[in-house]
Write a protein that binds this ligand. Structure first.
Ligand SMILES: *Cc1c(COP(=O)(O)O)cnc(C)c1O
Length: 424
């Protein structure tokens, strides 16, 4: 199929994320990807600034991950998980229990981030139900969050930037507190907790759990907030006997400079959601870990089971890739590497601060964000980036990068300088 023909079919028949079917934004055909480079059909190469939305932390076409996949294919690509277990699942569960905060030791494998959020919400509600607290069916979250596109997940996404207006009739009504404004503990002001505290105090009898993205809010606005907020949230949850769900689907596996972002606050959630980078960007996969208290609570009655079990639960191929990707990460000097990327992004994006069109520049770990004062013309800006040989996908007022961790200084400097130039 010729390139033009392929693009034509695509435009007429295939949905892309958050895109119109009648007036879609342009798409760029990628034919291969290697290291930090995406290759376009016309032969051009782009330096990847997105890690395919947080996922491809080791870059593309990685020998170790390719080998892990090939090796696993020789034994089995998939087998059902009902009544069966397999070595890759057990190995991965063991690893996740080891590397996540201490009390998390019951593992549920599923197929995507949104499903992980659904599973976490169901666990929290089913736990309360098993405790006899059948009124506790709601969730409390903070504004500007993003937790996925399925119904439970959508109900806790930011009600303004999310999809609440379209689905208001069917979405569960949840509690939304103001999001904290301080970026770090030295700016922290206790009044930032007021709205959250008031809701908890008034309505904790209806609330099963608090769900939030720790420290970095991703697709809801790429916001960073003070660890003190998370510590206070943990304390309030304990005080009022609410569960805390940390959605680390974007932040997990080293993206913020810690293995998990909740470590910035030194807290442990009762339930954690992991996804995106878990397989190094090779396959859709996710995991939910909960405490023993939750696991045993849900199943206290003899016949009570947790009511979820996707077809591709604990898919062996995905588990094998997750095992290989996590080992690759942990065997590398990832903290030092993250500090290198952070320093470089800080230095190279700094000139944007003097730009009158720029509202804010912020960097944490291997995440760099330039927030503009006005909405971006996405198609036009995307084209400019492609013309300059980089892959950066802006949205709203945000131009941001989260490159694969393997990016070298030259490529990173080049990437950041294109942002500085394009937003000029
Ligand atoms: C991407 C994301 C999700 C949803 O994951 P999918 O795999 O796209 O379903 C949920 N929560 C957060 C924080 C995310 O970044």
């Amino acid at each position: 199929m010729q390139n033009a023909e392929m693009l034509d079919f695509d435009r007429n028949h295939i949905w892309h994320p958050y895109t119109s079917m009648t007036d879609p934004l342009p798409v760029y055909p990628v034919v291969s990807a290697n290291g930090v480079r995406l290759q376009l059909a016309d032969g051009r190469e782009l330096i990847d600034g997105m890690s395919s939305w947080w996922c491809a932390i080791h870059g593309y076409n990685h020998r170790v991950l390719n080998d892990a996949a090939t090796e696993q294919l020789k034994s089995m690509s998939h087998v059902m998980f009902g009544g069966i277990t397999h070595p890759q699942a057990v190995k991965l569960a063991k690893k996740l229990v080891e590397i996540t905060p201490l009390p998390l030791d019951k593992v549920f494998f599923c197929d995507s981030g949104s499903v992980a959020v659904e599973v976490a919400i169901k666990m929290a509600i089913q736990y309360c139900y098993a405790e006899g607290k059948t009124d506790k069916t709601k969730l409390l979250t903070i504004r500007h969050g993003y937790h996925g596109d399925t119904f439970g997940a959508m109900s806790v996404c930011d009600p303004v930037s999310g999809m609440h207006h379209i689905f208001s009739g069917i979405l569960a009504k949840q509690f939304f507190a103001e999001a904290p404004k301080s970026r770090n503990d030295s700016e922290w002001n206790d009044s930032e907790l007021r709205s959250f505290r008031e809701i908890i105090e008034a309505s904790h009898n209806e609330i099963a759990a608090v769900i939030l993205e720790p420290i970095v809010q991703g697709a809801g606005g790429m916001r960073f907030y003070a660890p003190e907020f998370l510590r206070q949230v943990r304390a309030l949850c304990d005080q009022h006997d609410l569960l805390l769900i940390c959605d680390e689907i974007a932040t997990g596996f080293g993206r913020t400079g810690r293995l998990f972002a909740s470590e910035h606050a030194g807290i442990s959630p009762d339930i954690i959601c992991l996804g995106k980078a878990i397989t190094g960007g090779y396959l859709s996969f996710a995991a939910v870990l909960a405490t023993t208290r939750i696991g045993e609570g849900i199943c206290r009655e003899k016949s009570s089971v947790f009511m979820h079990g996707p077809t591709f639960m604990a898919n062996p191929l995905a588990c094998a890739l997750a095992n290989a990707s996590i080992d690759l990460l942990l065997e590398s000097d990832w903290q030092k590497n993250s500090a290198r990327i952070e320093a470089c992004l800080n230095q190279e994006l700094a000139p944007c601060r003097a730009n009158p069109k720029v509202a804010d520049v912020r960097v944490m770990g291997s995440i760099g964000v330039v927030e503009l004062k006005k909405e971006i013309d996405m198609a036009a800006m995307q084209q400019q980036f492609v013309d300059r040989g980089v892959w950066v996908r802006p949205f709203g007022k945000l131009v941001y990068v989260m490159p694969p961790y393997i990016i070298n200084d030259d490529d990173l400097i080049y990437l950041a300088r294109q942002i500085v130039d394009v937003v000029m």
